[in-house]
Design a protein around this ligand. Structure first.
Ligand code: B1M
Length: 213
């Protein structure tokens, strides 16, 4: 595992220029992309979250760190792409209604795209009706929902209910995730799958569609 001290410091400060330069430096020096993501970027955002919980920083600082992380992720994204061009399946993904967190959702999209899925990203604050409309339009194999707030998790069963009402629930597999979401919650709301992180989201998506390897 490499030492990402300077990168972590820049993400914590929200210093985009330095953070992007440090990400590039890590890539140039041969650091593993997954290692940069997990131990350089995600671990730092976790610390930023803890500092926020303790009242040591506030929303604007947290937002600056988030933006910085997103800029660094842009450098990593192409490196997650697999070479085969046939789509493994269509995934419609969004952060649920009332929720503006998109870093984790973007990471899941990025990894899935890299693994060969075709992604339609609905962005953040996606209402159940919007999911319904887009499922009818895009006809995805999987609908992915992300929630980072315990207060927005109930939008997940509401979305499933809306899909049921529109009689399209059984045409798709539903995967949910996000920091406060659990396997148990997925079972409770009758989602088809839960993934705790972007890597396992890819594995679970393949399982849902019966894809090996
Ligand atoms: Co927010 N925020 N935030 N925030 N924020 C949290 C989530 C919080 C835990 C911070 C804390 O108090 N410690 C807390 C939620 C508490 C709770 O309800 N449990 C919180 C709060 C309270 C809030 C506000 C209410 C603050 C306020 O205004 N007072 C507010 C709400 C705004 C809203 O959404 N309506 C708010 C705002 C913000 C910012 C806008 C400033 C910013 C978001 C910027 C953005 O996303 N563009 C922000 C951030 C950055 C965070 C923290 C620090 C980091 C989140 C993150 O990006 N993590 C977060 C604290 C934390 O999580 N440590 C926090 C990195 C990311 C890679 O991980 O998103 O978990 P994560 O995604 C993972 C997995 O969860 C999983 O895979 C991803 C990759 O491995 N996953 C899926 C995610 N989606 C998936 C979907 C899947 C499968 C897996 O299938 C479809």
């Amino acid at each position: 595992m490499s030492d990402f001290k300077a990168l972590a410091e820049a993400v914590t400060k929200g210093d985009i220029k330095t953070a992007v330069a440090e990400t590039q430096k890590a890539l140039d020096s041969g650091s593993n992309v997954q290692d940069i993501l997990d131990n350089g970027l995600i671990a730092t955002m976790d610390e930023v979250g803890e500092r926020f919980s303790k009242g040591l920083i506030f929303v604007p600082q947290m937002l600056r760190s988030a933006r910085t992380m997103q800029e660094c992720m842009k450098l990593l994204q192409p490196l997650f792409q697999e070479s085969d061009v046939t789509s493994k399946g269509k995934v419609l993904i969004g952060t649920v209604k009332g929720d503006l967190h998109d870093i984790g959702k973007n990471l899941v999209s990025m990894m899935m795209e890299g693994a060969g899925f075709t992604i339609t990203d609905l962005g953040v604050d996606v209402a159940p009706e919007k999911f319904v409309q887009k499922v009818q339009e895009v006809e995805p194999d999987i609908v992915g929902m992300s929630a980072l707030l315990s207060t927005t998790m109930p939008s997940m069963p509401l979305t499933i209910e809306a899909l049921q009402k529109a009689e399209i629930r059984d045409k798709v597999k539903i995967m949910i995730g996000g920091a406060p979401v659990t396997e148990k919650y997925a079972q409770e709301i009758k989602a088809d799958s839960y993934a705790s992180d972007a890597g396992s989201a890819v594995t679970k998506a393949k399982e849902l569609l019966g894809i090996r390897g």
